[in-house]
Design a protein around this ligand. Structure first.
Ligand code: GLU
Length: 435
């Protein structure tokens, strides 16, 4: 067994272990939590080693001809972490600073997410190292099609099913579907999810991640005996996840006192009108200049007093440096990996409940699963059916994670890892090893 020192209950040991959790490497951050859960489960060494290493780590070159005529070659990745539960599932992100290690961590998180939600999928993630703000739509289309063509034998409705992630959207999913369909010579909608509804997408998919965040927030507030009516919420990030979460929590009676985007934080202790903010960002592209809110830095915003903090922007926002300054009772992780592993024990000690990313933001992949089911059946659901099924799935998953955490006397994060690893390792034992 690797050197994993964590013993349940012992804060001293947790602290001793935490310096090892401090790392700039997202895959190691994921492994920090995985190790604690593996220890609690007494996971056999063979299974530990099996789950530690992604099944596939694919690097492809993505050559395109730019509008200027120049040929440029981008780097693309697809990491399939595990396929024990079924075909692998996970989004594709476009970002200039993306690394293979980041994609590896994100792929593993997809394995755990799908396991927690009871979806028949393994976990994967893909990326292209590019700056979408510097590419025009034609170039973006070429990158998408070139990347898809490189991975044509990897993708497939029974093999590996991509979806949107950071800086990718419905249009990009439509190009993936079209490229794949042209290669196989028939229209295959189930090869990718998060498509436009007219192309076999699902109603409710666009809002699904934010809706899932809202559903688990309500569950957690109930658990903490905090009424949602007037509960103060700060949402970091105002993209698809953050803006939908803010809108839906406001509809539940919460008071959204802070929101943010790349231009900074916007704070009003009397509440920000979210439909107005959504209108504002639609018109102006950014929140900068938004009326009726004080302009703070992102860092200042997340330390303001609130009941619920929803980090819905990017990785590594809540760290060992700022965890002791947070002024909230509940954190619900809309983003993937917003909390560094070394911040976990600080939040635990401060009794701040954290609904972890692999549970909190799993609404997106859950409705992706519904989309895949609908595509394969050729029968499409009403929005009510999608939303009701999502609510049921998220609430069940929350309760299972909560019970596991209580059983092991651990945080919800470790409860979530334990539940997921137990499920995947149990399935792996039943399937056995081939050959
Ligand atoms: N990219 C989303 C996530 O991180 C959705 C993945 C999917 O729908 O497959 O969960």
């Amino acid at each position: 067994m690797p050197n994993r020192k964590y013993t349940p209950y012992s804060k001293a040991v947790y602290q001793e272990a935490s310096p090892n959790l401090k790392t700039e490497n997202p895959f190691e951050e994921m492994m920090g939590r995985f190790n604690i859960a593996a220890e609690l489960l007494n996971l056999e060494e063979g299974i530990y080693n099996f789950l530690k290493v992604p099944a596939y780590q694919i690097i492809v070159s993505v050559p395109i001809q730019m509008d200027s005529g120049e040929i440029r070659v981008f780097e693309g990745y697809r990491v399939i972490h595990d396929v024990t539960l079924g075909p692998s599932k996970g989004g594709i992100r476009f970002a200039p600073d993306v690394t293979l290690d980041e994609v590896k961590a994100l792929a593993a998180w997809m394995t755990w997410k799908c396991a927690i939600l009871g979806l028949p999928f393994g976990g994967a993630k893909g990326a292209v190292k590019c700056d979408p703000t510097k590419l025009n739509p034609k170039e973006l289309e070429k990158i998408t099609r070139s990347y898809t063509a490189r991975l044509i034998d990897i993708f497939g409705p029974e093999r590996d099913i991509p979806a949107p992630d950071m800086n990718t959207n419905e249009q990009i999913m439509a190009w993936i579907m079209d490229t794949y369909s042209n290669h196989v010579n028939y229209t295959e909608t189930a090869v990718v999810t998060g498509k436009p509804v007219i192309l076999g997408g699902s109603l409710g998919r666009l809002e699904a991640t934010g809706r899932g965040v809202m559903i688990v927030t309500m569950r957690a507030l109930n658990n903490l005996h905090i009424s949602p009516y007037g509960a103060k919420v700060i949402v970091q990030g105002f993209g698809n996840v953050g803006s939908v979460t803010a809108k839906l929590l406001e509809e539940q009676g919460c008071k959204i006192v802070g929101i943010s985007d790349i231009t900074g934080g916007y704070y009003n202790p009397d509440g920000i009108n979210i439909p107005d903010a959504i209108e504002y960002i639609k018109k102006n592209k950014v929140l900068s200049g938004m009326p009726n809110a004080e302009n703070l830095t992102n860092e200042e915003l997340i330390t303001q007093h609130c009941d619920v903090l929803v980090p819905a922007a990017k990785e590594d926002q809540i760290t060992a440096e700022n965890a002791s300054k947070l002024n909230c009772r509940l954190i619900v992780e809309g983003a993937n990996g917003p909390t560094t592993a070394d911040a976990d024990p600080i939040l635990n000690d401060r009794n701040i409940m954290v609904v972890p990313d692999i549970l909190a933001n799993a609404g997106g992949v859950t409705v992706s699963y519904f989309e895949w089911v609908q595509d394969r059946q050729g029968f499409f659901w009403s929005l009510d059916r999608v939303n009701n099924n999502l609510k049921q799935a998220m609430e069940n998953a929350f309760d299972k994670v909560f019970d596991t955490a209580a059983k092991f006397k651990q945080s919800l994060r470790i409860g979530a890892y334990v539940y997921a690893i137990e499920k995947v390792s149990g399935t792996l034992k039943l399937r056995g090893l081939y050959p």
